[in-house]
Design a protein around this ligand. Structure first.
Ligand code: F6R
Length: 630
């Protein structure tokens, strides 16, 4: 949520151009407005626009407004906004400044106590121009500088007053060669290029400059400056300002490839990422199983082998799509082992009593971004209660990955489409491998383990095969484009896929749709069924196939439309003539694996429905990729 970026360079460079490009890379974090600030002709110059930077932020226009001299500068900051406090207007867009334009700052996060700070600042004569929580930080620093001349000290004193989360980048008119950064809850990474620093909320946006970076941790404050022609950095703990500089590890950017950041020949990131799923499934599995022992291998969990052998209870904590992956994980783990799995929504888990026995419980936090505030706080809560927490995380080095005791990276690559697709597949694949590991440590024998691996190895090709149904899906979508209600339905392992399909559909089309275990339909949702309702029933030919026919008969008798997602082995079943439409998936020999294939036509269904409605599938309204607010 919100993307921040910055440049501090030895030689003057076209930093605005760098910032505009980075804001494009970070666009998935927020697209309500964008803005840049630089130091030029002895002044702080700010330019803002509404909407997404890729469409509305153009360097030519920026220079024509703030002057051509800004073309070469040593310092610049930028921001993409996902509005939390105040509507998306130019005055609410970042960067923000103080009363006398002595500083410019960009912020990702939320300041909970901003109202009381604002009240006091107004009383002290500060004039506010926006409704944001962020603007109080600028004025509070201005106020602090009346006492503490040093920007460092003024910022640190201000940070001590803030409650909430922040990733901040700040510079001052009287210190135009210094960039100040602070982190509490929201991410900030410092890219180290040859003669400049590049700052970004996510390492994706650093890749265009460098593959070396430092990641700030909560409570850290960085002062980046140019001294004697060299870029220097000092990082301290802002809660213990006098305790001296912290030595930070310079890391190499991992888990993101430059091609992740471009659409290539596809017309949306959504479609590109859906098509990447067969290779993502392969990459997630790579080196993580041993055909000889019929077992899964997770290097990241090696120190916890003994613990995992003993657990009786496993929790997943996650939000949204990651939660749906956890629910699928529950089905697979419970099908193969005697472990009880509980799926907890992170924002609920945090405030519950949670009576777990830490000794025989393992908690798995699932997150694509590794930044989700609710999940992060739930992880902290679980650890505080003495439980080991393992991450199933996509973004390497992210906050949840750092906070977890150990874990597994899902290796989906950078996911740019705001609605999650390939990250889901990688999380789901990880759960299949985890289930194998837990099962092999319990009742599953070596041959069964080998067989499980064989089935998993077949999945990428089956996923490739199912992608061929795209044209059929387009036709079906055209047919139902005026439909009023849709329910996604399934049983057993397919329920979490029905839930995920409904979530995808809501995000992309903005239509309220339902998802239920198929048997639940008659306990209420059946009231919705009529000729303006479509029921999408996920029913591969498994042991519940015949049972599902009953439920479909009930839907048809109420005049509803039915789209069945099944597999090719059901072809020729005369019952299917009674339904309105059928999508056939390839047949799998073990029905437990269908979720890894059946989600794909449902993702395509959501994308093409949204296309017909004219929605932007990569940037659904009101959403942002990394939800760093609670
Ligand atoms: C749905 C979606 C969200 C995220 C959720 C958790 O398409 O993207 O529901 O899954 O916000 O995000 P992460 O996985 O980053 O913790």
């Amino acid at each position: 949520m919100c993307g921040i970026t910055g440049i501090l360079s030895i030689e003057k460079r076209e930093a605005i151009k760098d910032i505009v490009a980075s804001l494009g890379d970070l666009e998935y974090r927020g697209y309500d407005s964008a803005g840049v600030a630089t130091f030029s002709e002895g002044e702080i110059k700010i330019y803002k626009c509404l909407g997404a930077p890729s469409q509305n932020l153009h360097t030519k226009e920026i220079y024509s407004r703030i002057g051509n001299k800004a073309r070469k500068t040593s310092i610049a900051i930028g921001h993409n906004r996902w509005a939390t406090h105040g509507t998306p207007t130019l005055s609410n867009a970042h960067p923000h400044t103080d009363c006398h334009k002595e500083l410019a700052l960009v912020h990702n996060g939320t300041i909970i106590n901003y109202e009381s700070l604002k009240k006091a600042l107004k009383k002290a004569g500060h004039i506010f121009c926006s409704d944001t929580d962020t603007e109080v930080i600028a004025h509070q620093i201005e106020e602090a500088r009346k006492i503490y001349k040093s920007p460092e000290e003024a910022i640190v004193r201000t940070l001590a007053l803030l409650e909430g989360s922040f990733g901040l980048a700040i510079f001052f008119k009287d210190y135009p060669n210094t960039l100040y950064l602070a982190k509490n809850g929201s991410p900030i990474n410092i890219g180290i290029a040859k003669d400049f620093f590049a700052i970004a909320s996510s390492v994706n946006a650093l890749l265009r400059h460098t593959d070396k970076y430092i990641s700030l941790r909560d409570g850290e404050f960085a002062v980046l400056s140019i001294k004697k022609g060299l870029p220097t950095s000092k990082i301290i703990n802002f809660k213990n300002y006098k305790s001296g500089a912290i030595k930070k590890e310079v890391r190499k950017i991992e888990g993101v490839a430059p091609e992740d950041l471009s659409m290539g020949n596809y017309n949306s990131f959504m479609i590109k990422e859906i098509y990447e799923q067969p290779s993502v499934t392969k990459t997630t599995m790579l080196g993580r199983y041993d055909e000889k022992t019929g077992n899964a291998i997770f290097g990241g969990l090696i120190d916890y082998e003994e613990k995992l052998q003993k657990i009786h209870t496993l929790y997943t904590i996650a939000c949204g799509t990651a939660h749906n992956a956890g629910c699928l994980g529950k089905e697979i783990i419970e099908a193969l082992t005697d472990i009880n799995v509980r799926n907890e929504i992170a924002s609920e888990f945090r405030y519950k009593k949670n009576n777990f026995n830490a000794v025989d419980t393992a908690i798995f936090a699932v997150s694509q971004s590794g930044e989700t505030a609710d999940t992060l706080e739930a992880v902290k809560e679980a650890k505080q209660k003495g439980c080991d927490v393992f991450g199933i995380i996509n973004v390497v080095g992210s906050a949840i990955a750092q906070e977890s005791d150990a874990g597994v990276y899902t290796r989906a690559g950078a996911e740019i489409g705001v609605a999650s697709t390939k990250a889901f597949i990688s999380q789901a694949t990880t759960f299949y491998l985890l289930a194998l590991k837990l099962a092999r440590e319990r009742l599953m024998n070596v041959q069964e383990g080998r067989d499980f691996i064989k089935k998993l190895e077949e999945i990428p090709n089956k996923q490739k095969e199912v992608l061929k149904v795209e044209q059929k899906i387009k036709d079906i979508v055209t047919k139902y484009s005026k439909i009023k209600n849709i329910n996604f339905l399934g049983r057993g392992v397919n329920v979490s896929i029905a839930n995920e399909a409904a979530l995808k559909f809501k995000e992309l089309t903005y239509m309220e749709v339902g998802s239920y275990p198929l048997g639940e339909l008659k306990h209420g949702p059946m009231a919705v069924i009529d000729k303006e309702c479509l029921s999408v029933v996920i029913m591969p030919k498994d042991k519940l196939f015949e049972m599902n026919k009953n439920s479909i008969e009930q839907i048809k008798s109420k005049g509803g439309n039915v789209l069945v997602i099944t597999d090719k082995s059901a072809r020729g079943d005369s019952f299917l003539k009674k339904v309105d439409d059928v999508i056939y998936m390839p047949t799998l020999t073990n029905p437990l694996f269908y979720p890894l294939v059946e989600i794909i036509p449902l993702q395509l269904f959501a994308v093409h429905f949204a296309n017909i409605l004219g929605k932007n599938v990569d940037k659904p309204r009101n959403l942002a990729k990394s939800v760093t607010v609670e």
